[in-house]
Write a protein that binds this ligand. Structure first.
Ligand code: G
Ligand code: G
Ligand code: MN
Ligand code: NA
Length: 255
């Protein structure tokens, strides 16, 4: 069986799962959000990485169904967490690909999913890469404005790895910059490699955007990020992506 036909079957059989990776405030250590990450525990092949099957889904059009699955799981789970603890208001981030954003029905689908789940639009974040903002500008701009009106926020994923032109940050209603982990990796503690992260954090402050550092693996990186004024962080040091129950345990420990 090809991976493509297998993925088609997996979507029908509801074989895919959604895992969640926590995000924390760097100053207080408070748990503030999760990023939804799709997982495929294949009965024979073992865990198939999203880097392998998401591109196949994009090429074959299955990304729409995959995306609907992840979004509905994430919103339902977000609402469950909201009802579980009055002390923690988790933001839920969902990765979306350009194919999804270009689809006419996408905004209405997100709206419907939010309505069905009861999850507040203000707590949903859609993550997209910079490359999205330079493709098919008119459609994307219209789509992002519609989300802005709904209260859904937009994050730029892997920020700093894409395009040198920053003008899109002025033109598009972006709310959050996620600093790519290649920059965070270089925060060794000597200070010599800090200038890129510092520049991104300052850019975020100037444009009134939240900044989230990705891929924190070492405590020294936390110290550097705090010093540079980055607000939030995510990475293996804090927690790997895991099943929803792992986050539930974290929340209950906090409350
Ligand atoms: O979870 P992991 O780090 O292996 O993810 C690898 C890549 O797959 C990342 O770029 C991530 O953004 C992407 N990805 C994970 N889940 C989803 C999803 O639900 N939809 C889309 N479009 N991409 C995803
Ligand atoms: O492209 P995106 O940022 O959505 O990709 C998220 C991916 O990064 C997920 O697959 C997740 O497993 C991975 N990831 C999350 N934290 C870390 C980390 O601290 N180190 C590394 N190497 N990968 C991470
Ligand atoms: Mn992401
Ligand atoms: Na990222």
């Amino acid at each position: 069986m090809t991976l493509e036909s297998d993925l088609r079957r997996a979507l029908i059989d509801q074989e895919l799962e959604v895992h969640y990776q926590p995000t924390y405030m760097l100053d207080s250590g408070e748990l503030v959000g999760v990023e939804a990450l799709v997982r495929w525990p294949h009965p024979e092949r073992g865990m198939v990485p999203p880097d392998v099957f998401v591109p196949i889904a994009e090429q074959t059009g299955m990304i729409h169904e995959l995306g609907r699955f992840v979004l509905s799981q994430a919103c339902a789970q977000g609402q469950e967490w909201a009802e579980l603890s009055p002390f923690v208001d988790l933001t839920v981030s969902v990765n979306v690909s350009v194919k999804q954003l270009q689809r006419r029905e996408f905004v209405a689908e997100v709206q419907e999913t939010l309505r069905e789940s009861g999850f507040p639009p203000q707590r949903l974040v859609l993550e997209m890469t910079e490359s999205i903002l330079v493709s098919d500008t008119e459609t994307i701009l219209r789509t992002l404005r519609a989300f802005k009106e709904m209260g859904v926020r937009i994050a730029i994923d892997d920020f700093g790895t894409g395009y040198s032109s920053l003008s899109y940050l002025h033109n598009f209603p972006v709310d959050i910059l996620k600093i790519d982990r290649s920059f965070v990796e270089r925060l060794s503690g000597t200070g010599a490699e800090e200038s890129l992260v510092e520049t991104i954090v300052h850019l975020g402050r100037t444009l009134k955007l939240e900044t989230i550092a990705e891929g924190i693996e070492q405590p020294e990186q936390i110290h550097a990020l705090r010093r540079l004024g980055c607000e939030q962080a995510q990475g293996y040091h804090f927690g790997r992506p895991g099943p929803a129950e792992t986050v539930t345990q974290l929340m209950l420990a906090t409350a």
